[in-house]
Design a protein. Sequence first.
Length: 256
Amino acid sequence: MKTLLFLLARYPGCGGIETVTTVLANNLANRYRVILCSLSHDHRQELQKGLDERVVWRALPNHVQYHDEENIRLFHDIVEREHVDVIINQDSYFRNEYVLERLAVSHKLKLITAEHNTPNLVQISIGLETHACPWWNLYRRLKILLLSERILRKDRERRGHLYDISDSYVLLSDKFREQFAENSTVTDFRKLCAIANPLSFPRPAADWQRKEKRVLFVGQFVGIKGVDRLLRIWHRIGHLVPEWRLTLVGDGPRMP
């Protein structure tokens, strides 16, 4: 039986990457030995209940510095002792490419990298930071402007490097292929594929007669999700459509 190892920055947790990893690991446990390895984790017990008991979870000891020698040594030991055949790098923004490259070469295993966001995430983040900067803070605006090109170049180079060391690179949608090409140094896209996130529940039959006039947001209340932008927009248009309701579902540091 082959062994799969999911590597991610945090597990368990309430984010999308953690939820998708749980769904995939539980299903793959029917055919493979599955191991999860994470740098940090959320201590809330309810987040650990959904994981199949056949799936092994290992947390690295130093949750602050991933490239700590103890972390690297333990990770290498897990890969060697468990005879890992495939590493699924579930968090492409987790800066682990140095360790992954060494492992892929020394252990001759397969590496799959999944990007669980839009490939232009850094560009969006810079735009959000610029928008949030007060107009009168010229120093900060100039700093963002001067650093943005360097940050975007480094992001493109890093994404290209991750693609090069991976046997397969997974996007969430075919629509992201163009964004990937624009935000990477890749010229040969044969290793690129698109796999949508799985559902953890059966798709219900829609009863359109009971459909409500409601705008629904489901996700983490963090800056990159744009919840504050959604609220500003709704504040401007809500009175124009009084029969519609806005519902926010989620958790996070920016809960309204």
